[in-house]
Every structure is written in structure tokens, then in C-alpha cells.
Ligand binder design. Structure first.
Ligand SMILES: Cc1cc2nc3c(=O)[nH]c(=O)nc-3n(C[C@H](O)[C@H](O)[C@H](O)COP(=O)(O)O)c2cc1C
Length: 365
């Protein structure tokens, strides 16, 4: 069984380790460099700890600033294939922009990774939003809702290739397939699908199609997060008559004392944050500058729910996120390998004691 469907009440993933700086645009020491030994080391630490998933970011261009945040990014199907051969239990996502990979190629690549990993592949379907990177392909993202119609056809073709034995034809608005056929089939039936659409159309697509939906959630507006979780669950029941998992992404700063944790958070966010890169991500949609004194800390990057504190405080936050209604969280740190080891030694046992997770041997079995 894919670890994404194990019995742990709060599932965990590691986010963004295929990209330079991972999830945090900061020049603080210890940030992630895109090398194979680095991404492999993180994958194996996570695999050994019984963490459920590795989730990469599909990125073709960086965001400028002093870091060129995420500018060096491993392609996510080949990344997952490499890690599949070097891990034992963890689920390996590929994050696929629907415009950049033909569904017949995507289905075959996914099936191949599923065989390399013996049934641990999962697919994060994304439509794309960063026009600058799509200019390289000469693709426009201006028809946002149309892209989700495209994604609907794309995913339908991928799923038919994964499941149907006889050849079939497909006549869609965007794709025409004659004598559709793909072998070998994936080991998993079905392959898990994730989507993180957040617009009205995107959330409806996620609720209808995905086994795992992602929401962005802020530690400073939990009511909004709680409402999003409820809406997605209701939407999934209405759209597809089934239950979906709901996950979010967390940036973690855990230190032996609260003072040390807060000091490091301020250091990487305020003193060393690359807010020019963040401002290129935001493109005027929200004020992208370092938080000033007295303002809540916001991480510069993708770990939208920031968790800062001692192992006990961090574990309490994770318990709280589970109580709010989340099934899982993808995690990121400034220095992944070092801070993950600390997490595994000092936070994981507390999550087990709280009943959110089973000890690793049981989780792997
Ligand atoms: C956890 C998470 C991972 C995501 N990964 C990617 C990614 O790798 N590449 C990408 O272009 N968009 C990514 N997105 C963006 C979403 O796919 C989606 O486009 C975004 O949330 C906006 O929603 P909308 O498409 O409904 O407007 C991610 C979002 C989340 C929350």
C-alpha cells in the first residue's frame, strides 16, 4: 500500500528538495543547494523516519533577487525515478505542469516510476501560474479557467492509459487520441493524484479529481484555514461523492529553547530573507517585504504555515493542525538534513505519544 494511505492520523511530506533554496528564499547559512547528493540524503533521512511523501516543485525558471530562488530545479519525473531506486517506503511525487508534458508521455513516465518504486508513485497535477517561466515555451497562462478544462482532459487521458486494456479513441477540445494504449500499467490501481488549486475553479477540480488536496494556510488566520478545509471536504463529497485528504505546507523552525527558535526565525526571515525574490513571486498581489517589529513573522517562500518553537511547542502546533482538520502537512526547513535529524529525534516521538503517528517500524510495515 502506498504510504499516503497508511493509518497515521497526521501524514507528513518533505517539500521542495528538488529546487535551490528549497522552500525558503533566504541567504541564511545552510540553505539547500541543488545537487544529487543533497536531495538524496534528505530523501533517505525521510524514508528511514517513516515520512509518507517527497513532494517536488515543478519549476523552469527562478524568481530573481539575490538568491534567484528555485532557479536550479531538478525535473520532477526523472528526480522521482532516481529517488525511487534509492528509497524503500516513501511515496514519490512528480509534479507535472499539464502544458509541458503530453499525457501519453506523462502516463508512461508515471508507470515507469511506479515500477521502479514498486507502487510508490503519486502525481501532483498543476496548471502553472508563473507566466515568466512559460514564456520560454511560448505558452500563455492567461486563460486560467480554460487551463483547468485542459487539465481535466489531460488527466482523463492519463487515467485511461493507466487502467484500460483495450485501445480507445478520445475526441476532446484540446486532445485527440487514436487507438490510445500504454503498457506496462502502473502497479498501483489507482495511482494517487494530488492537486493544489485554490481558485474557485481550481478547488473544484481538486475536489473532483484529487485524492489529496492542498490548501495554503496562515498561522495568523486559522479561521480562514479551517473554513477552507471544510469547504474542500464538502466540495469533494458534492463533486465526486468521496472523501479527500486535505494537506497544507509548513515551514519549521525548531530549537531547544523558544528564544533560539525565534531568534533564528527572525534571522533567516528578516535579516537574510530575499524579499526581492518574494516580491517577484507576489507580483503586487500582497506587500512583499520583511515583517517589521511587532508584525507576525511570515516565511519568504512556500512554507506558508510557519511553526516556530521548542520540540514540545512544535509538536503541540502539529496536534493543533490535526485537530483543525488536516490529514497531512508537507514540511520544509532552512537546513533540511540537519533540522530533519533534530525533528526525527525530538519532535517525532512527541507526535507518536500524541497518537498522531505510529512508531516508524509499524508505519513502514
Ligand atoms: C503545496 C503546493 C504545491 C504546489 N506546487 C506547484 C508547483 O510545483 N508548480 C506550480 O507551478 N504550482 C504549484 N502550486 C500552485 C498550485 O498548483 C495552484 O496553481 C495555486 O495554488 C493557485 O491556484 P489556482 O490554480 O486555482 O489559481 C502548488 C501549490 C501548493 C499549495
Amino acid at each position: 500500500m502506498n504510504a499516503l494511505f497508511n493509518a497515521n492520523k497526521l501524514k507528513l511530506g518533505i517539500f521542495g528538495t528538488n529546487c535551490s533554496y528549497g522552500c525558503t528564499a533566504t541567504t541564511a547559512e545552510g540553505t539547500l543547494e541543488t545537487t544529487w547528493p543533497n536531495t538524496l540524503e534528505i530523501a533517505q533521512i525521510a524514508d528511514d523516519a517513516g515520512i509518507e511523501a517527497l513532494v517536488p516543485i515543478a519549476r523552469w525558471k527562478g524568481f530573481g533577487g539575490t538568491t534567484d530562488f528555485n532557479g536550479a530545479a531538478f525535473e520532477t519525473y526523472t528526480w522521482a525515478a532516481g529517488l525511487a531506486a534509492a528509497t524503500r517506503q516513501i511515496a514519490l511525487f512528480s509534479t507535472s505542469h499539464v502544458l509541458t508534458t503530453h499525457p501519453i508521455v506523462a502516463a508512461k513516465q508515471g508507470a515507469t516510476i511506479d515500477h521502479i518504486s514498486n507502487g510508490r508513485f503519486a502525481l501532483n497535477v498543476v496548471c502553472g501560474w508563473y507566466q515568466h517561466e512559460f514564456e520560454m515555451f511560448s505558452y500563455s497562462l492567461s486563460d486560467h479557467d480554460g487551463l483547468y478544462e485542459y487539465a481535466e482532459e489531460w488527466l482523463q487521458i492519463v487515467r485511461r492509459l493507466w487502467t484500460e486494456d483495450a485501445e480507445w479513441d478520445f475526441q476532446g477540445r484540446f486532445f485527440q487520441v487514436q487507438h490510445g494504449y500504454s503498457l506496462p500499467k502502473p502497479i498501483q490501481r489507482p495511482v494517487p493524484v494530488m492537486n493544489a488549486g485554490s481558485s474557485a475553479v481550481g478547488a473544484r477540480f481538486a475536489a473532483r479529481e484529487a485524492d489529496l488536496c492542498f490548501i495554503s494556510m496562515s498561522a495568523h488566520d486559522e479561521d480562514a484555514g479551517r473554513a477552507k478545509i471544510e469547504q474542500l471536504r464538502t466540495l469533494a463529497r458534492d463533486e465526486s461523492g468521496r472523501e479527500t485528504q486535505v494537506w497544507t505546507s509548513c515551514g519549521i523552525v525548531c530549537r531547544p529553547t523558544e528564544r533560539e527558535a525565534i531568534d533564528f526565525a527572525r534571522h533567516y526571515i528578516v535579516d537574510k530573507g530575499d524579499w526581492e525574490a518574494v516580491s517577484n513571486i507576489a507580483r503586487g498581489r500582497y506587500p512583499a517585504r520583511a515583517p517589521r517589529d511587532g508584525e507576525p513573522l511570515r516565511s519568504p517562500g512556500w512554507g506558508s504555515y510557519l511553526v516556530v518553537g521548542t520540540p514540545e511547542q512544535v509538536a503541540e502546533r502539529m496536534v493543533h493542525l490535526s485537530e483543525v482538520g488536516l490529514d497531512g502537512a508537507v514540511l520544509s526547513w532552512v537546513n533540511y538534513p540537519e533540522e530533519m535529524r533534530y525533528w526525527n529525534a525530538d519532535v517525532m516521538p512527541l507526535l507518536e505519544q500524541a497518537g498522531l503517528r505510529r512508531p516508524v517500524t509499524a508505519a513502514v510495515a
